[in-house]
Design a protein around this ligand. Structure first.
Ligand SMILES: NC(=O)c1ccc[n+]([C@@H]2O[C@H](COP(=O)([O-])OP(=O)(O)OC[C@H]3O[C@@H](n4cnc5c(N)ncnc54)[C@H](OP(=O)(O)O)[C@@H]3O)[C@@H](O)[C@H]2O)c1
Length: 442
């Protein structure tokens, strides 16, 4: 038997007597051992430990036997785990599921140049290769990204290692401008979109399907039952939701639970130092209901990388739908290049220079370590940007740096979140959202 160290207590505590889990594990009673895992201990065992405990693992000392894949329950991370250096193969569990995902997902809205600000095929291939080479396994795409090129390129690149990878795609954005049923969250749109995604991704199953844009019309039972049918058919493994009101998601999860339908395991939502409104209801809801939080636009479309200035605010051709085609014009049109956001970007730059890091790394590290967050979706257009962004995994922000970043970007949580219009401090320096109530654990 291997001598894997498994501690039953919190990090730093010393447990001299073998725990019930260790004793069960030593006698290879894996089912019993797993039953006695406390959720704390479960966070610190490796996937290899489970395999070996089952008695059919590779011999210690062999190449496979040295593999120490580690999976942490993202909703239950300790403060210590939050600040330790991560790697793309330090996997986190996605919400209330057993699916292991890298702590940074790779966004693929930059795969293809159809939207004017993406990467050509060869550069996209480099992004894919570098990310997977480092153990990255989760990809974010959607049925309409770059008019289908994103899914097509991802399908092509992923073919050789399909089973190892976790492509996530989405449905509900309009696929044909003259056909109202080609978009929306209803069953017809869902089924047709998934069939088209399967063809473009060149696969017979989708690991994670998100409801993308909320249509404010379709009854939630229709959505949930359609998603569950896809799971039962084996076309989809897990389901998630993006950009929907928190109260609807909570209601959907309760209905899914009561009816035995597939639960929502992920919430993809915009979340960054410049967009923290998800802290009001979406993130607390996700933690309570067992959805892993997957933040998109963690760099505010690039604003947090420090390359934007006040001169950019009046950029020509920056009206939504009529932009000059580049990302900068789009960000101006979306209202992301404001005085407030530039001030936040300045604070990020300041922290970055103290740490000898880049602003992109600091902004991503902030999102990566926010409570409840499983895996921010990294958006890179070039391989240099991806290398830069992956450096966020090693950034260790001090409590005072986190407090400064929380403060400069704080939002008013509004009614009913606090008696005096409380401002939010997700990293807990002022007591809010520091709730580590075990009930919140999936
Ligand atoms: N669920 C949804 O509704 C939804 C919505 C939006 C996005 N997403 C997903 O989230 C992913 C990321 O979103 P996003 O693109 O908005 O993310 P982002 O990280 O906020 O912005 C990415 C952009 O910032 C710039 N950038 C990235 N790294 C940089 C670096 N190190 N230095 C300088 N500039 C850098 C690049 O644009 P330039 O080089 O062109 O300036 C890049 O395209 C998307 O690919 C998509 O998969 C989902």
């Amino acid at each position: 038997m291997p001598t894997a160290l498994i501690t039953g207590g919190r990090p730093g505590s010393v447990e001299r007597r073998p725990s019930r889990f260790e004793r069960c594990k030593a006698s290879q009673e894996v089912a019993t051992a797993v039953a006695f895992l406390s959720s704390d201990a479960a966070d610190r065992i490796t996937d290899q430990d489970i395999t070996v405990a089952a008695g059919y693992g590779p011999a210690p000392g062999t190449r496979a036997g040295r593999s120490r894949i580690r999976t942490v329950n993202a909703m239950n991370r300790t403060a210590q785990e939050n600040t330790m250096a991560l790697t793309l193969d330090t996997y986190r569990l996605l919400g209330r599921s057993g699916l292991r995902v890298s702590p940074l997902a790779l966004g693929t809205a930059t795969f293809g140049t159809e939207w004017g600000w993406g990467a050509e095929r060869d550069e996209a291939r480099k992004l894919f290769d570098r990310y997977t080479e480092l153990g990255g396994n989760v990809f974010d795409t959607a049925s309409t990204y770059t008019d289908g090129s994103s899914e097509r390129l991802l399908g092509e690149f992923a073919r050789a290692d399909r089973d190892k990878l976790v492509p996530a795609t989405k449905y509900s954005t309009l696929r044909r401008p003259d056909d109202p049923n080609s978009g929306g969250t209803h069953r017809k749109s869902m089924l047709a979109s998934v069939e088209a995604s399967l063809r473009r991704l060149n696969t017979d199953y989708i690991d994670l399907l998100y409801v993308n844009v909320w249509d404010f019309r379709t009854p939630v039972e229709e959505i949930l039952r359609g998603l569950d049918d896809l799971v039962r058919q084996g076309k989809v493994l897990y389901v998630g939701i993006s950009s929907a009101p928190a109260w609807q998601v909570a209601r959907m999860q309760a209905i899914a639970d009561l009816r035995g339908w597939s639960p929502l395991v992920a919430l993809e939502t915009e979340y960054s130092l410049i967009e923290r409104t998800a802290e009001r209801d979406l993130i607390p809801m996700a933690r309570e209901m067992g959805l892993g939080v997957v933040p998109f636009s963690p760099l505010g479309g690039g604003v947090l990388t420090g390359k934007y200035s006040r001169e950019d605010q009046n950029r020509a051709g920056s009206v939504v739908g009529e932009t000059a085609g580049d990302r900068k014009s789009l960000n101006v049109a979306l209202g992301w290049v404001t005085d407030r956001n530039l001030a936040i970007a300045d604070a990020v730059k300041e922290v970055a220079s103290e740490l000898g890091r880049t602003p992109a790394q600091v902004a991503l590290a902030w999102a990566l370590n926010a409570p409840g967050v499983t895996a921010p979706v990294v958006g890179a257009r070039t391989i240099a940007q991806l290398e830069d962004n992956l450096g966020a995994l090693q950034v260790d922000l001090t409590p005072s740096q986190l407090a400064r970043l929380d403060e400069v970007s704080a939002i008013d949580l509004g009614n009913p979140h606090g008696p005096a219009r409380q401002r939010s401090h997700p990293h807990g320096h002022h007591g809010r959202h520091e709730d580590r109530n075990p009930r919140l654990r999936p």
